[in-house]
Design a protein around this ligand. Structure first.
Ligand code: NAD
Length: 293
C-alpha cells in the first residue's frame, strides 16, 4: 500500500508556482491576485479561507480577504463581486461556501465572471470542462487529478466509483474520470444517497472516490484488494481529547481500508491540501490567459 501524499505533492505544485511567480515579477508582469470572500464566521470556512490566504503569501500571490456579517444582504454581496469582476488587479475570485440561507449560491456563482472563477463553479466553466475544452476545473477534482498524475496512476480502462454527486466534487469528478484523457478513460459509476447495492458496486471498483461527507462511511468490506481509494471527506467530529475539541474525519475508515489498497489518500494530508494547490494553479492560469506567460 502506498500513501498518496497530498501534502508533499501540494508542496511541489506550490514550489513550482513560487518560481513561476518570481519569474513573472522579474519580467515586470502581473502578480497573481486572489480575492476571497467570507460570509459569517463558520469555523471550518474560517480555516479554509485562512489556509488559502496563507498559501497566497507563501507563493508570492497578492490576496484580499473580504468579510461580511452572516446577515449580509444578497444584493450587497453581489455588488462586491461585480466590483471585483471589474477590478483589473484581481485575477481570481472565490466565495467560500456554504452561504447563509438568505443568499442564493447559484446567483453568487453566476455573478462571478467566468474568467476569474478560479473555483471552477461557473456554468460556463463547467460546460467547457464537460466538452473537454480549456476551463477552470473545480479545485477539488482538479487536485485529485494532479495527485493521480504525480503518482503516475494508470486510470485507462479502470472502473471508478464516485460516491457523492455534488456540483463541486462528485459530479465533476465523475465527468473528468470518464474523459478521454491521461487521467480519465475510466468506466464511471456515480453513486448517491438513492443508489442501491452501493457495497456491491464499490466491490467492483478499481478506484473509489468517497465524497459524501459521512465520517468513516467506506469500510474494508466494501473495498476490493488492490483498489485505489481517494478520500475527499472532511468532517469535524467531537473529540474531547483534542485541543480544539474535535478531530477531522474522512469518509473512509482508514485504519482497516488502507491495508487492502494499492494507493490511498490520508485525511488530513490528502485531498484537502491538493484542493488549495489546484486553486493556486487556476489563479496562475487566470494571469496567463489574460496577460500571457
Ligand atoms: P454534499 O453534501 O454537497 O454532497 C454529498 C453527496 O453525497 C450527495 O450527492 C449525496 O447524494 C451523497 N450521499 C450522501 N449520503 C450518501 C450515502 N449514504 N450513500 C451514497 N451517497 C450519499 O457534499 P460535498 O460538498 O460534495 O462534500 C462532500 C465531503 O467532501 C464533505 O465531507 C466535505 O466537507 C468534503 N469536501 C472536501 C474538500 C477537500 O478539499 N478535501 C472539498 C470539498 C468538500
Amino acid at each position: 500500500m502506498q500513501i498518496l501524499d497530498g501534502k508533499l505533492v501540494a508542496q511541489a505544485v506550490k514550489d513550482d508556482l513560487k518560481k513561476k511567480v518570481a519569474a513573472l515579477k522579474q519580467a515586470g508582469k502581473k502578480t497573481p491576485h486572489l480575492a476571497a470572500i467570507l460570509v459569517g464566521n463558520n469555523g471550518a470556512s474560517e480555516t479554509y479561507v485562512a489556509s488559502k490566504v496563507k498559501t497566497c503569501e507563501e507563493i508570492g500571490y497578492a490576496s484580499t480577504l473580504i468579510r461580511f456579517e452572516e446577515s449580509v444582504a444578497e444584493a450587497t454581496l453581489l455588488k462586491k463581486i461585480q466590483e471585483l469582476n471589474d477590478d483589473t488587479e484581481v485575477d481570481g475570485i472565490l466565495v467560500q461556501l456554504p452561504l447563509p440561507g438568505q443568499i442564493s449560491e447559484e446567483k453568487v456563482i453566476n455573478t462571478i465572471v467566468a474568467e476569474k472563477d478560479v473555483d471552477g463553479f461557473h456554468p460556463s466553466n463547467i460546460g467547457k470542462m464537460v466538452q473537454g475544452q480549456p476551463a477552470y476545473i473545480p479545485a477539488t477534482p482538479y487536485g485529485i487529478l494532479l495527485l493521480l498524475e504525480h503518482y503516475k496512476i494508470e486510470t485507462k480502462g479502470k472502473h471508478a466509483v464516485v460516491i457523492g454527486r455534488s456540483n463541486i466534487v462528485g459530479r465533476p469528478m465523475s465527468i473528468l474520470l470518464s474523459q478521454n484523457s491521461s487521467t480519465g478513460n475510466c468506466t464511471v459509476t456515480l453513486c448517491h444517497s438513492y443508489t442501491k447495492n452501493l457495497k456491491e458496486l464499490c466491490l467492483q471498483a478499481d478506484i473509489i472516490v468517497a465524497a459524501l461527507g459521512k465520517p468513516e462511511f467506506l469500510t474494508a468490506d466494501m473495498v476490493k484488494e488492490g483498489a485505489i481509494v481517494i478520500d475527499v471527506g472532511i468532517t469535524r467530529v467531537e473529540d474531547k481529547t483534542k485541543k480544539k475539541g474535535y478531530a477531522i474525519k474522512g469518509d473512509v475508515a482508514y485504519e482497516t481500508v488502507a491495508p487492502k489498497c494499492s494507493y490511498i489518500t490520508p485525511v488530513p494530508g490528502g485531498v484537502g491540501a491538493m484542493t488549495i494547490a489546484a486553486l493556486m494553479q487556476n489563479t496562475y492560469q487566470s494571469v496567463l490567459r489574460q496577460y500571457g506567460g
